[in-house]
Design a binder for this molecule. Structure first.
Ligand code: ATP
Length: 448
């Protein structure tokens, strides 16, 4: 696939046309950079999250799950440092009235001369940069009074740290072990953009892995980098568009011993998908200090108490879903004799494809074909994500290609004679004739 076939215009329009992602509140003119997921987007993102959970819970026995609240005690954000320091540098332009992130000026467009960056046009009049806290504030209870201010969580991780003791008590785990969570986070981003890449509400998948103070912490960090590399490659993300950028000591927080940003080559350039960090004992130490509670681990064997070291993997599920869409996107020219047609196809890995098997009758006005097709589709449902559809054959294939369905099954007149069906492979477009009773085996072998 040529790299220039995928553009954001194509992704955005396909997303809307095929029901992956819609601009939010569109009938009221929209709210900037806020999106709603349509049916296929929900399925895709659910599958991406499901595969993340599978890798954390099903394939290992050293991680437990949690689902913590979005609104937490404001003290949590004091302890975590978000109240004091979770800000981006904001500059205003007095000429065009726009706001920019001071550290992203080279990626922004001047309000008056879009070909220039803010500050480059002679009439630009930028203010000094000032800190802008990214946390959304709201109030709890019926009266807006002091002490009622709370925040929408800007990350899910703190919900894990504050439950560390609860988890230890019931789970019978001891370091090394992890706590994993997927949930919504909120950040009042100064300059959201690039479709669902930078939005103000998004889902994060975070793993906090607690390891003993036995000198193997950097080894654990490396193990997690390897595990996460494997995760992306298991779902077919192109290796040449993925990189693991090692943060320099200057780029890391002072308490972090190592850090890697997982980055994908989006149509506009490299962007972060996930960060993997060695966070030392910083987070638990801070909560011990602010809550006054003992969050250390008591090791029965050595009779010693210690604060476990933390290895964190923090991935954005909206960014990962967008990556899967972009990475799967392809357009190709099909030559049939004299005729040339273009097709758009999403080459999703079968594990994350919203629909795995499409089933159609050759003609919708032939009850015996329709019945047979519906029966076959129902029979496959327990094992696969299926969809029955009917209509013009060319359009049926086109629609399934554009939502990335790996296999389509056509029920035709021959099916009525010899109980075989046609199975079309999305990527090669090759068709196989398969016995209806052998279909489930045929598909499970290929869908994995
Ligand atoms: P960025 O530098 O892009 O703002 P960050 O370094 O602040 O990201 P983290 O705090 O490390 O991001 O959050 C972990 C992950 O959460 C990111 O790698 C990303 O996938 C996701 N994420 C963070 N902010 C957003 C956002 N505004 N929209 C969508 N996903 C986000």
């Amino acid at each position: 696939m040529a790299t220039d076939v995928v553009t954001m215009d194509r992704i955005v329009s396909l997303s809307k046309r095929r029901g992956f992602v819609f601009p939010s509140s569109e009938i009221y003119g929209g709210v900037g950079s806020t999106y709603d997921y349509g049916h296929y987007g929900v399925l895709l993102k659910t599958n991406v999250k499901g595969e993340w959970w599978r890798s954390m819970l099903q394939e290992r026995d050293d991680i437990v799950a949690i689902d913590s609240a979005i609104i937490q005690s404001p003290r949590v954000w004091e302890a975590s440092g978000h109240l004091a320091g979770f800000s981006d540098p904001l500059v205003d332009c007095r000429t065009c009235g726009r706001r920019f992130r001071a550290d992203h000026l080279d990626q922004a467009q001047c309000g008056r001369r879009p070909s220039l960056h803010p500050g480059e046009f002679a009439e630009c009049d930028l203010t000094e940069a000032r800190d802008f806290n990214l946390m959304f504030e709201t109030t709890v209870g019926p009266v807006r009074e002091s002490g009622s201010t709370v925040y929408l969580r800007p990350e899910t991780a703190q919900g894990i740290f504050i439950n560390f003791k609860n988890v230890l008590q019931f789970s019978r785990k001891k370091p090394p072990f992890g706590i994993a969570q997927i949930g919504k986070s909120f950040r009042n981003e100064i300059t959201p953009g690039n479709f669902t890449f930078r939005v103000r509400e998004f889902e994060q998948a975070e793993l906090e892995f607690f390891v003993p103070q036995d000198g193997n912490d950097l080894e654990w960090f490396q193990q997690w980098v390897t595990a996460r590399k494997k995760w992306y490659s298991d779902y077919g993300v192109r290796a040449d568009r993925l990189r693991f950028y090692e943060l320099t000591p200057e780029e890391r927080p002072f308490y972090a011993k190592a850090g890697i940003d997982v980055e994908y080559l989006f149509p506009w350039g490299w962007g972060e998908l996930e960060s993997i960090a060695h966070r030392g004992t910083y987070d638990l130490d801070r909560h011990i200090e602010y809550s006054g509670k003992d969050l250390q681990f008591f090791d029965e064997a050595s009779k010693a108490k210690y604060t476990p070291i933390l290895i964190e993997s923090s991935a954005g599920m909206d960014r990962t879903t967008l990556t899967m869409l972009i990475d799967a996107f392809d357009r190709e020219t099909i030559v049939e004799g004299e005729k040339q047609t273009e097709r758009t196809v999403l080459r999703f890995h079968p594990k994350i494809a919203p629909v795995q098997v499409g089933v159609f009758p050759l003609a919708r006005n032939k009850p015996e074909l329709v019945e047979r097709a519906q029966g076959i589709e129902r029979g496959l449902r327990p094992a696969f994500r299926t969809q029955y559809d009917e209509g013009n054959v060319g359009q049926l294939y086109r629609r399934q290609d554009e939502i990335g369905t790996p296999f389509c099954i056509m029920i035709d007149y021959q099916t009525l004679d010899d109980a075989t069906v046609t199975v079309r492979d999305r990527d090669s477009m090759k068709q196989d004739r398969v016995g209806a009773d052998a279909l489930a085996g045929y598909l499970s072998e290929r869908l994995g």
